[in-house]
Design a protein. Sequence first.
Length: 108
Amino acid sequence: MRRMVMDNDPLWRLRHALAGLGVALLLSVFIAAGLGRVLGDAFAGTYGARVAVYGGLLLHVVVGAGVLFVKVAQHETRPLTAGRALKWLASLWLWPLLLLGRSRPRSD
């Protein structure tokens, strides 16, 4: 009976994608902080520049999380591993390529 209830729960079916996305977002916060510091100092050298770069990078990955969740989460059925978490992380940063790859017309 319990198994049947879990199979009908949409969040249970998306658990692998949610876990991968959560880990990738958590790691992205630290990556964005480091990049914000380096790029902010390189361009302007002020605290405001660092905050602006950090905010822009966070916005990029949060929007990417939404795009990835809509586009690929329902297809994610394998358990989360370190390698899969790294793929989610890379996908969060490179998500515009996913959209570019889909927008090209197919030449059959």
